[in-house]
Design a protein around this ligand. Structure first.
Ligand code: CA
Ligand code: ZN
Length: 301
């Protein structure tokens, strides 16, 4: 098995990253990822004051995919996500969208048996896990982008649909693409309003290849049920408009629908949703059901 350990991390998606691993297109490989705190919080007594803040959002990689050229559309198949047995959450006063948080805390939680065990003041909750990847991307075109920031290259999109069995499409800006990921969550709601999900170290398996003969607005996600455009911008207004425009381009240019058909369908069966509102840019997605396009003769990608 081709595997990259979690010592091989970077903190910015940069154009000139040195590859830590080289793999052939379509070949499965495994990345071991640390949680977004670089596994520094191990017990409820490990507080944020003790953190080395230079080690936030490590991404494992970069992985050089043979034959990937700048400008190529690249499909990243997420074959599996295996979580470790623990995850961690923090509350940070003044951080995130919940303005009344006043007390800093660390909560180390159990991930056993496909449930997250969450102690609350009113009793223990068992929440079904929904593993997802927070940070996933390729090297950008020109300027380095910190792993905590989302963008056209991917990065910290915190989209809860990026899970096992989905395919993420990005456009390579550099030779080999230079792929990396981290910040896996055992569970996270849309918005990530506390600035964290259930932050978990993980073991992930991917296969990556170039897609020829098709153009897609990126980042673009195909789940078993939906096509999803993902847009990040400084404001929610800009981000939702971009996500809508991207889906409109997909439905008209790739799926071949006239704009008015596409508009009617987007308004009837499409859904806008928040991915996250707490990173340096907000991320919003537009979801469109695959089965509608199948009915209209569009063959699944
Ligand atoms: Ca994140
Ligand atoms: Zn995270």
């Amino acid at each position: 098995m081709i595997e990259l350990r979690d010592e091989e991390v970077f903190y910015a998606f940069a154009p000139d990253m040195e590859p830590a691993l080289t793999v052939a297109q379509g070949t499965e490989f495994t990345l071991i990822t640390k949680d977004c705190f670089a596994n520094q919080l191990k017990t409820n007594d490990d507080m944020l004051d003790d953190l080395d803040w230079d080690q936030i959002n490590p991404a494992t990689g970069p992985v050089y995919i043979e034959g990937v050229k700048p400008g190529d559309l690249v499909r990243i198949d997420i074959r599996s996500i295996e979580l470790t047995s623990k995850s961690v959450m923090t509350t940070i006063p003044g951080s995130g969208a919940i303005s009344d948080i006043v007390e800093a805390s660390t909560y180390v939680l159990d991930n056993h048996d496909s449930v997250l065990s969450l102690p609350t003041a009113k009793g223990l909750l068992k929440l079904p896990l929904q593993p997802m990847i927070g940070v996933i991307g390729l090297a950008p075109n020109s300027q380095a982008v910190p792993t905590g920031t989302p963008g056209e290259h991917g990065g910290n999109m915190d989209c809860k649909l990026i899970g096992q069995g989905t395919s993420l499409y990005l456009r390579a800006a550099q030779e080999g693409g230079l792929f990396g990921c981290g910040d896996v969550h055992a569970l996270m709601g849309d918005g990530e309003v506390l600035v964290c999900g259930a932050e978990t170290a993980a073991r992930l398996t991917f296969a990556i290849s170039v897609v020829a003969g098709i153009d897609l607005p990126v980042p673009f996600l195909a789940t078993p049920d939906s096509y999803v455009t993902i847009a990040s911008a400084l404001t929610t207004d800009e981000a939702y408009q971009e996500a809508v425009d991207m889906m409109s381009r997909f439905l008209t240019q790739t799926a071949g629908l006239p704009i008015n058909d596409s508009g009617r369908l987007m308004s009837l069966v499409g859904n806008l949703a928040f991915c996250q509102v707490v990173d340096p840019m907000v991320t919003i997605r537009f979801e469109f059901p695959k089965n509608i396009l199948r009915e209209l003769g569009f063959v699944d990608m």
